[in-house]
Design a binder for this molecule. Sequence first.
Ligand SMILES: Cc1ncc(COP(=O)(O)O)c(C=O)c1O
Length: 390
Amino acid sequence: MSDHLMNTYARLPVSFEKGNGATLIDSDGKTYLDAISGIAVCSLGHAHPAVSDAICEQSHKLIHTSNLYQIGNQQKLADKLIELSGMDRVFFCNSGAEANETALKIARKHANDNGIENPAVIVMNNSFHGRTYATLSATGNDKVHAGFTPLMEGFIRVPFDDVDAVKAHSANQNIVAILVEPVQGEGGVHVPKPGYLKALREICDTNGWLLMLDEIQTGIGRTGAWFAFQHEDIKPDVVTLAKALGNGMPIGACMATSQAAQTLVPGNHGTTFGGNPLACAAGLAVLNTMQVHNHIKSVVRKGADLLAAFTAELSGQTGIVDIRGKGYMIGIQLNKPCGELVTRALEKGLLINVTRGDTVRLLPTFVMSDEQSKHLVSTLSQLIKEFLNE
Ligand SMILES: Cc1ncc(COP(=O)(O)O)c(C=O)c1O
């Protein structure tokens, strides 16, 4: 292994050569069932022909021109996202952290425009928003902060899924926005009580704050709706996307209402690569494929079946704290740290993830067959039982 990479990841000892649908093949030819999808990125499965073809075709025509010029694919992708989300404007970038930076800059600019000198954004404990300075400061995880203090100022932390904790700050004139994940992903797959986002919407309306949703993990169908906010029938002011939007082609987006978007004018924000013809061609192929094959509908059914199957297999087992999820975002929390399950699963040809130390997180591809799903449930449940009975 090369010593020339920065030591930022404790990588597993496997390297993949090829992918096909819900499976990956390593350099020794061993096949794995992928139940993590490159961390909620390859929702349509690996090497999806529609996405690969779109990338190939576009790359032969034109890859990049910069945002100094009109970009047809970018405008088409924006039109499609607006049609699907009901938002008004989009800014394209290259990653989730950049999408959240855009959201936070909108909040700051909104504050500056309104004469608020020390603006603050309400963020949640246990959240994850990225690794850049603003986004790691917004993140509610001490491990992400460690070694990088002082953090950027202007964040007020409250517990997730606690409406009263947010209301308690209503009198604070410095607050300009709330930034929240509709379902906490990295934080252990926490689904808030129904009505949470609606209640936050109401608080924002009452106080003139922006409701900014980080849908980087939950967006593009992952929870069984195009965007998780659609489960509660609300319109946020700002929504951030990345991950599954390109099915592996790096692309991020910050969508906003006209009112929130108008805070940014030429010169306020930008990107060299963001929204280039190639990335947007991939994004268009993803959204089109999702629509043509009605993947959202199947995520609703398959997600519910998968959760029910794990519940049936594991609910009587000592050591299981909780089995929870929404759509194809599933968390199985154990009563002890379980990081080693990742290696044990790898040995069995299964790719899973453990987050927050004690929670097995599953983010399967939308193309996982019912047979593969059964295999996932039986293999992983067996591993979890063995681990808990040791
Ligand atoms: C909810 C959420 N926000 C932001 C990010 C950061 O995205 P990226 O790694 O593309 O910068 C992630 C990545 O895991 C995420 O899950």
